[in-house]
Design a protein around this ligand. Structure first.
Ligand SMILES: Nc1ncnc2c1ncn2[C@@H]1O[C@H](COP(=O)(O)OP(=O)(O)OP(=O)(O)O)[C@@H](O)[C@H]1O
Ligand SMILES: [Mg+2]
Length: 287
């Protein structure tokens, strides 16, 4: 409840900030329009007076014509402001249209795969990269260039490389976060490109390079799908040596924030490690 209230008031504050600036801007516009209109009317009045003396090029002629000119000039304020308001409104609405068009153009991930793997896939955990080439953008050089290797089931493999060598890119390729442009990746002889992304990403446990905690209770963070027993969670926490830390922080039901201030980066990493260990997956990736 508190969480939603806080979120709500944050959004309301943001909305009020923008609408305040909008109102100020439109008041400033209408002030300037009124000044412009006042200038036009005074110009006509001045011309009417001056035009009567001497031979001036703009003669308004009879007092009737002067009255006509003045009566035509007076609604100019409202006309000008309504014209400009509709103009700016159209412009503003067009921004929404533009935004929608922008979202339409975002390429969508393919939701369903052509093969549906077994429930217990991957049952062994053999990973095979065959001539994998990955490019983040067509104009950029390949982050992974013709990479081939095979990791047999049950092996623990560490990939070592300089920073920027492409270690994280291998995980991106495996999870299909970035599509590969050449080659294929097989897990237990099943091409990952043929599996639905949702199932693919559910099948592995990963500890990302930058630890990620989402907003919610610590229990949800450790066991997002639910269903793991309390003892099991504590056992894993014991294994990654953060049991005492969690106990002193207030147990599994404490709320964590996305921009975690409660835990240090290292502690977040351990929580992510515990999350990966709790997932009974044959393939575990630690970045
Ligand atoms: N989102 C991206 N867009 C464009 N280029 C990227 C992107 N992510 C990575 N790269 C490029 O791909 C190459 C490999 O990056 P990657 O993140 O895989 O390196 P890494 O081995 O994980 O490095 P580190 O040890 O620092 O984590 C780098 O040269 C990087 O510039
Ligand atoms: Mg990396």
């Amino acid at each position: 409840m508190d969480f939603f209230m806080a979120k709500f008031s944050k959004h309301v504050a943001l909305y009020q900030k923008t609408s305040y600036s909008e109102i100020t801007a439109s008041l400033w516009l209408s002030l300037r329009l009124q000044l412009l209109a006042a200038f036009i009317i005074s110009f006509i009045a001045l011309m009417a007076v001056i035009g009567n003396f001497g031979d001036f090029p703009f003669k308004l002629g009879t007092p009737g014509l002067v009255g006509l000119a003045l009566s035509y000039a007076s609604p100019i304020v409202s006309l000008l402001s309504s014209f400009l308001t509709s103009f700016t409104e159209t412009e503003k609405e067009m921004v929404s249209v533009e935004r929608v068009l922008q979202y339409i153009d975002i390429p969508q991930e393919e939701q369903c795969g052509s093969v549906s793997p077994h429930l217990d896939w991957p049952s062994h955990g053999q990973i095979e990269f065959e001539h994998v080439t990955l490019r983040y953008k067509p104009s950029l050089p390949a982050a992974l260039n013709n990479l081939s290797f095979k990791i047999n089931a049950g092996m623990q493999v560490g990939v070592v490389g300089r920073t920027g060598a492409g270690k994280s890119s291998m995980i991106n390729a495996l999870f299909r976060l970035t599509p590969i442009c050449n080659g294929r990746i097989l897990i237990d002889n099943l091409n990952v490109a043929e599996v639905a992304v949702r199932e693919l990403r559910q099948s592995f446990a990963v500890v990302p390079q930058s630890p990620f905690l989402f907003e919610g209770s610590l229990r949800d963070n450790l066991d997002p799908s639910g269903g793991t027993s309390e003892e099991k969670i504590w056992e894993i926490l014991e294994k990654v040596h953060i049991r005492t830390l969690i106990e002193s922080a207030g147990g599994l039901d404490i709320q964590v924030k996305e921009s975690s201030v409660t835990f240090s980066i290292g502690q977040c990493q351990l929580i992510c490690l515990a999350r990966a260990l709790l997932k009974s997956s044959k393939v575990k990736l630690v970045n």
